[in-house]
Design a protein around this ligand. Sequence first.
Ligand SMILES: [Mg+2]
Length: 187
Amino acid sequence: MSANWRTIEADDPMLAKLTLPQLLQPDWVAGGTLAELPLEQLIERRIQALVLDVDRTLLPRRGTELPPAMERWLRQAQQRMPLHLFSNNPSRSRIGSVAEQLGVSYTTNAGKPRRGPLRQVLDQLALPPTRVALVGDRVFTDVLAGNRLGLYTVLVKPVNPEGLPCRHDHWQQLEVKLARLTGATLV
Ligand SMILES: [Mg+2]
């Protein structure tokens, strides 16, 4: 196997040296959903803004209503720092309605793991990438996108319509297996 498959181009010289397992390794593998993430730990890590995946991170796959615990968490979080919803979903009605409900900015068609749209969000936030956390439920889109630009990446459990962690999160399980095959530990 050639060496090339292990290296994905990243932005700055430090990140350019990251190997595929490093790019697929979240900084924090949370055991629960976003609503269960201890906000204080993010603040202690000097995180000053959150870029949040939407589908299955904030909203269940089919639902359009924020689970109550999720909405509480988001409202607490936005009192502490700016939030930006960042989704590969093209639906402005789905993503925009959640963003409007919360009064936060958003991006649809984000093209994760591409870097361009995420770079624009970082420019708007005017913060160094290390002060911004990207939180999502997918390794090969959310985590990879965030790591490519040097953000603090958090992998959360997908949320079900009751606001609880999905029991059968096959996608994430498959991605974690694949990432481990490359050498990422995901612990
Ligand atoms: Mg998602």
